[in-house]
Write a protein of this length. Sequence first.
Length: 202
Amino acid sequence: MIKYIVVDTETQKHADQVSGGWDNIEGMGLASAVTYSSQLDRYVFWKSNQREDLCKYLNDQLVVSFNGITFDTKLLLGNDRVLNNNGSTENGKYKWFNADLYVEIWRNILNLDRTNYNTIIKKIEEQRFPKGMFDLESIGNATLGMKKAGKGSRAPDLFQQGKLIELFQYNLQDVRVTKSLYEFIRKRKYIITGGYDVVSFS
């Protein structure tokens, strides 16, 4: 049985509230995170001051996420974290292996192998598509009938307003959807996009 940890993180600030915007994800600060461990069958809630502890928890693990390679890993490991060709990410102190569902969906659409994840990310960034096609909400709903608890853009507002319970509820539902989607892909070998196209996994 494959052991894995699902993670979803949220930020303290919006991109337009930090210098560098989306090029400075680390600067947005960790607001909260939720993880699910398949080995322990347990969800864990992480506060804004537990970034280091979370990195230790994820170290050397297979980490499942949705868009984690370009977002969550930078928030946790830093903007200058290294993406290795095998898809693992590290910052010299911590390292983990990624099963990024967003990246894997596009890797299969573009018929790319796993030899160079830096190339895969560049190819994905070149794609242009309508909104509501490849986000977690759309794919989770079309494939599983599961929805998110709200819009991710509200997370920094919830943190800044001190509404931590609502923030964690949103965070938790993202992990539940990502976990269910990962398990579905492993079993069924396909997902359905927001445009109701089927993407098969090899």
